[in-house]
Design a protein. Structure first.
Length: 186
């Protein structure tokens, strides 16, 4: 039964991949994935994902087309969610730990009228691009919020909430994430 499930998932991925703007060679995605807005999603070579991947690109108005760009040799583990109304870029060699959440948008703003409205009825609002540079590693349960850049070679510790830019070769932990070490070249 498990072999049949894997075959069905592979066929589903092949058809879903055809809806993407671009998909590189040698991609693999485990079962129960969800792709929304495939025409706005660009995935490089040697992409690999665990179970329950969600990549959603939402067109919220005519002035901005969403864009999700995933580089080469990127690995996304189980239960990760990428949500873009503007732009999310994930560069080559990145590893996203289990349950990593990356978004560039919120449900509405913070006016009284919006807060009186149930969140699922609020308009999705773009809040700023997310840029993850090469060879970044996120631990389990990391949240990367809108308008953030994470520099090359950085490590984001488990359960961190990234609300501001992280410079290259940094180790950041906590909620909100703070830099505990910056590795310098000898």
């Amino acid at each position: 039964m498990k072999k049949i499930s894997k075959v069905i998932n592979r066929i589903k991925w092949i058809f879903s991949a055809k809806t993407l703007k671009h998909i590189g060679k040698n991609s693999h995605v485990e079962e129960n994935f969800s792709i929304i807005g495939g025409q706005f999603i660009d995935i490089g070579n040697n992409f690999s994902s665990g179970k329950n991947l969600k990549i959603h690109a939402f067109e919220i108005d005519d002035s901005r087309k969403p864009r999700i760009v995933i580089g080469n040799d990127v690995t996304i583990t189980d239960n990760c969610y990428l949500s873009a109304a503007g732009e999310i870029k994930i560069a080559d060699g990145t590893l996203l730990g289990e349950n990593t959440f990356i978004c560039d948008n919120f449900h509405g703003g913070n006016t009284f009228e919006e807060l009186e409205t149930p969140p699922n009825e609020r308009k999705i609002t773009y809040k700023g691009s997310v840029n993850i540079e090469e060879n970044v590693w996120t631990g389990r349960n990391v949240c990367i919020m809108p308008g953030v850049s994470i520099g090359k070679g950085s490590i984001i510790g488990a359960n961190a909430v990234v609300t501001h830019d992280i410079p290259p070769y940094s180790i950041a932990v906590g909620a909100p994430a703070r830099i505990i070490r910056n590795v310098k070249k000898d």
